[in-house]
Design a protein around this ligand. Structure first.
Ligand code: A3P
Length: 306
């Protein structure tokens, strides 16, 4: 099977990017958001899939089981900025009906209301129509150490991403912001600042979801003015456990041929604190020092253990 070479990271208006996310730039910037759209924004590996699935179930479980068993989550919640060039036949099984895939096209064709749309863009790159239409925004953030570990394993297993190199090299690049979608620090801070001036905004944390998923579902419902019955809420909670999402072919990305899940599964560990199995004492000290310099806002706090 012909294999696409790993992409190279390049600087795009001050942010690390690969062509898959810049190729369709004009269409992304001119994307027409609708007032009832819900934008799910994250730095990669912060829990995007988890929150996407929670929201999909909260909004659409009433449509019956077919949606849940036959449409992969990434088709229900399009990835706004993705645009992949034509693939050699057979390379991506989920592409059999597409010559290429653009998130903007998928979103345009979504038959549901509201539309759930996912993005990893730093806040300054978000198409302006989302703000003009006053769309609801759910941002998910994850502590930098676990986020870095998860990103490292993801780049190892996804040939659509740059080569991560050794862990020590990757970690250095992470601290320097030389990553696809740029610096974690800029991302979480940029979106946090946006929340201060844009009210239709729910900023949430991966660690809180791990601590008490039911409470976070309640908060999402209250933000979105949804009022599922206690039984419906329990059903959502049971469906979105790590183990169930790992088994579920519609949520575990097993339909993506660019991901080699034997190298590292997409649903890898789903824990807070796995960074302790990766960081040396010296790396941890250096990371903490660097973090102190970059995270000056006392209101934005992360938990690296719970
Ligand atoms: P790990 O690599 O640490 O296991 P994203 O969806 O943004 O790409 O994030 C993927 C990360 O979220 C992975 O982290 C994955 O295991 C974790 N994740 C996904 N669903 C989860 C769930 N239901 N519970 C806990 N973690 C989950």
């Amino acid at each position: 099977m012909e294999v696409r070479p790993r992409p190279e990271l390049f600087d795009f208006h001050g942010v690390g990017m690969i062509t898959d996310f810049t190729e369709n730039w004009d269409n992304i910037q001119n994307f027409k958001a609708r007032p009832d759209d819900i934008l799910i924004a994250t730095y990669p590996k912060a829990g995007t899939t988890w929150v996407s699935y929670i929201l999909d179930l909260l909004c659409f479980a009433h449509m019956g089981p077919d949606r849940q068993t036959s449409i992969p989550l990434h088709d229900r919640v399009p990835f706004l900025e993705i645009c992949e060039p034509p693939m050699p036949k057979g390379l991506r099984s989920w592409q059999t009906n597409h010559s290429y895939l653009a998130g903007t096209d998928l979103a345009d064709k979504l038959p549901t209301t509201p539309r759930l749309i996912k993005t990893h863009l730093p806040v300054q790159f978000v198409p302006k129509s989302f703000w003009e239409q006053r769309c609801r925004v759910v941002y998910v953030a994850r502590n930098a150490k676990d986020n870095a570990v998860s990103y490292f394993h993801f780049e190892r297993m996804d040939s659509g991403m740059p080569e991560p190199g050794k862990w020590s090299t990757f970690l250095q690049n992470f601290m320097e912001g030389k990553m696809v979608f740029g610096s974690w620090y800029d991302h979480v801070n940029g979106w946090w600042e946006k929340k201060q001036t844009y009210s239709n905004f729910h900023y949430m944390f991966y660690e809180d979801l791990i601590e008490d998923c039911g409470r976070e579902i309640d908060r999402l419902c209250s933000f979105l003015s949804l009022s599922p019955s206690p039984e419906e809420k329990e059903r959502v909670k049971a469906s979105v456990t790590f183990d169930n999402m790992k088994q579920n072919k519609m949520t575990n990305y097993s339909t993506f041929d660019s991901m080699n899940q034997t190298i590292s599964p997409f649903m890898r560990k789903g824990k807070v604190g796995d960074w302790k199995n990766h960081f040396t004492v010296a790396q941890n000290e250096q990371f903490d020092e660097d973090n102190k310099q970059k995270m000056k806002n006392p209101d934005l706090k992360f938990r690296c253990e719970i």
